[in-house]
Design a protein around this ligand. Sequence first.
Ligand code: ADP
Length: 487
Amino acid sequence: MRHVPGDLLKGGHLVGGRWVGAAGGGAAEVANPATDEVLATVPWGGGEDARRAVDAAAAALPEWRARTAAERAEPLRRLASLMLERREDLALLMTLEQGKPLAEARGEVAYAASFVDWAAEEGKRLYGELVPSSHRDKRILVLRQPLGVTAAITPWNFPAAMITRKLGPALAAGCAMVVKPAPQTPLSALAVGALAEEAGIPPGVVNVVCGDAEAIGDALLADPRVRKLSFTGSTEVGRILMAKAARNLTRLSLELGGHAPFLVFDDADVDAAVAGLLASKYRNMGQTCVCPNRILVQGGVYEAFVDRLAGAVAALKVGPGWEEGVRIGPLVDDEAVAKVERHVRDAVSKGARLRAGGERVRPGAGLADRFFAPTVLEDFTPDMELSHEETFGPVSPVRRFETEEEALELANDSPYGLASYFYTRDAARLIRVAEALEYGIVGANDGAPSTAQAPFGGVKHSGFGREGGRYVMDEYVNVKYVSWGGL
Ligand code: ADP
């Protein structure tokens, strides 16, 4: 197999433009989830490392903030280009440390670069306003100014894109950033840091520290210089961070868990619905916060849909991500497979019927026991764990519904509100259902709605804040007004 070139395989924290060890000397190994092979050792830091990174960001901030948007856009565009030039290397690194199939990893690199590219341009449109006053001799001047030092805590499922969709807009707006990646995938984060340096983003504007999540999170939220934390991860951790953010009233964006409904109406194009579900559910082995967890199918197309789905799912190739044609790689760690297994067993014990998969598989010699066969389950009910908890694995639970009203009631019966999907060819129903779904994202005849131009984010227990589109820039600016008198 090819190797990841050394310039992208970093074994240090990136702080103030230097690659350094952890303040306390700690280190952690990063292993390939498909084989347990150790890929590299990275520093394992804590609060002191976070403080040093904030020092570096604070020192870099004045020069970066003072630049024009075009001056900031130049190295950002270079970063996006470098990511695309190094796409094969970054994708291989991602597949090796995270497990996703190489084709998906290539797709993620392009997706990750698109956030930087989009933000570089959007930074030029941080317009203010001149508001007429109620006094003849006054005007109100509205400014949008960068927040200052910001922080990002990111998950392992999209090791590059979850960083760049925070980093791109933060930097484009004139902020500096400290990134703490997930412990499973620090290497992709450090590689993005290395390319940011190569692109000419000044030292200290981007910093990456790995290690004890709680200690680093606490240090970031205890530091009044950190004006914003953007977090993507579980609802449970989001709640903890929100409580801790109270201390300095640190601004937050929280992109948390989801439990997406996927509705297929009688008037749907069934083949398109099956293709949409395959794309949405089995991407990244079902380890995404937007993937469908409750598939609700109307009686008239139910049998046709389930038959085609079960056939298509059984044909998905399971194996290590770097192998040609593989669609389902290993799950990220032992805990992840154990949870999927628990959910499937619980559902089957409560009456769900297996139509495909349902257990771990060993797709080759020398591979770790983290591969789970892509699964389809019929007749899930509300008492099953997978009906209300995120499975985060390649499992489609399907059930039947009869009326639109019933479908909407089932779909909205969740504390989460991130993504939702539905398939119909009726234009009136399309608008009706799209408006009634209590979710931040609706895929209407679309299983893959995410893109840099759109405002990604949730409602209810899926959090708040929007990433992407022109909306994301608001996450990284303060609105200030100047009341201008004596005219
Ligand atoms: P997941 O279940 O996807 O791993 P988590 O919410 O546990 O989701 O993790 C997302 C990110 O949050 C990771 O970078 C992780 O290290 C970090 N994290 C976990 N616990 C805490 C915490 N108490 N404080 C700050 N960050 C945390």
